[in-house]
Design a protein around this ligand. Structure first.
Ligand code: SAM
Ligand code: SF4
Length: 335
């Protein structure tokens, strides 16, 4: 392996999140508008380019790769990519290959993902109510996702449910969702909503629900113990003593995890974001495309980008939140 990626603050970059498409078969209100204009195909990294890019990062010490989107499983041919990534698991260089999905295609792909070496999936699901699910995802259908979750568990994949916390929308469902996850032996993480998509115009679909309040809601029913465990990312965990369940809380823009940040993100067009909370971005597609047979320029571009990884967030997000503006969509950077 070449020298590993270490940023200027001595943090080793071992976790890469890659968005493989900006498209999706859902239109969640907090993520997209109903009428989306997607990127032309030539803008997207091809499957071969994605392979080369991810493999280069693995060669530079990335041990965990999370595939996301848009909806990663609607990208045509994506299973070929997963199958090909398996070689890095087999060699021992990559410790984990995983994905974040809306679950709609899992009935079809769960076994193949397991065969490609995937062992865990994050599935996004905000409500167990069929009508509400259709309302929040616009195009999604709950039974299809539930069948996908069944298929994932049958295939042997460990499932974590990610639920976006929306006041007045899934607030009342917190006990039911928590119980449902416990019964099915699935982990559960709540994500604080960021003002994107059409959420601002659709107040009836719920609104900002701070995770501090979600935690307080748990404390009404359970004995809640804070856990020290960190993942190098924005998640915090608690344990519910009565059930033994571990519950995660992700405040995407919180400032409290920067010192342990081990990750970078790549968009489906090959831009690398060194920090979710900052706008600094570098283009990796140009070195990929202009040197199809030589990885050295790509590697140099990756190192130059990591050298610019900031110490931490320095935006005033509270102000942006009030303005209701976010500089980019989750489906672009990959949630
Ligand atoms: N389509 C896949 C899915 O839904 O899991 C992967 C991409 S999606 C952008 C990744 C995660 O971002 C999902 O869990 C989704 O709920 C979350 N997300 C999207 N928009 C968000 C927002 N405005 N605030 C907080 N989380 C958001
Ligand atoms: Fe699609 Fe995921 Fe965004 Fe929902 S959150 S619209 S499923 S990319």
């Amino acid at each position: 392996m070449n020298a590993p990626l270490i940023d200027p603050f001595a943090r080793a970059i071992t976790y890469l999140r890659v968005s493989v498409t900006d498209r999706c078969d859902f239109r969640c209100v907090y993520c997209m508008s109903e009428n989306m204009t997607f990127l032309p195909k030539k803008e997207l990294l091809t499957l071969e380019e994605l392979d080369r890019l991810c493999s280069t990062f693995v060669g530079l010490g990335v041990q965990k790769l999370r595939i996301t989107g848009g909806e990663p499983l609607v990208r045509r041919g994506i299973m070929t990519f997963f199958d090909n990534m398996k070689r890095h698991l087999d060699s021992g260089a990559l410790k984990e290959l995983t994905l974040t999905t809306n679950g709609s295609q899992l009935e079809r792909f769960a076994d193949d993902l397991y065969a490609a070496g995937v062992r865990r999936v994050n599935i996004s699901l905000d409500t167990l109510d069929e009508a509400k699910f259709a309302e929040i995802t616009r195009w999604g259908r709950l039974p299809q996702v539930l069948r996908g979750i069944d298929a994932a568990q049958r295939a042997g994949l460990r499932v974590k449910i990610n639920a976006v916390a929306l006041k007045g929308f899934n607030e009342e469902e917190l006990p039911a969702i928590t119980r449902w996850c416990a019964e099915r032996d699935m982990d559960l993480t709540w994500i604080e909503v960021m003002p994107m998509g059409d959420l601002g115009n659709e107040d009836r679909l719920g609104q900002y629900w701070s995770l501090r309040d979600v935690r307080a809601r748990y404390a009404e029913e359970y004995t809640v113990t804070d856990l020290a465990e960190r993942s190098g990312g924005p998640a915090r965990y608690v344990r519910l003593e009565e059930t033994g369940q571990k519950i995660g809380f992700i405040t995407p823009l919180s400032h409290n995890f920067c010192e342990s940040c081990n990750r970078v993100r790549i968009t489906c067009t090959g831009e690398i974001f060194m920090c979710l909370g900052q706008e600094d971005v570098a283009d990796l597609r140009a070195p990929l495309r202009s040197h199809p047979d030589d990885d050295a320029p790509l590697e140099a571009a990756i190192r130059a980008a990591i050298d610019r990884k900031p110490k931490g967030h320095d935006f005033d997000y509270s102000r942006q939140r009030l303005d209701g503006q976010m500089p980019r969509h989750m489906s672009h950077t990959g949630g």
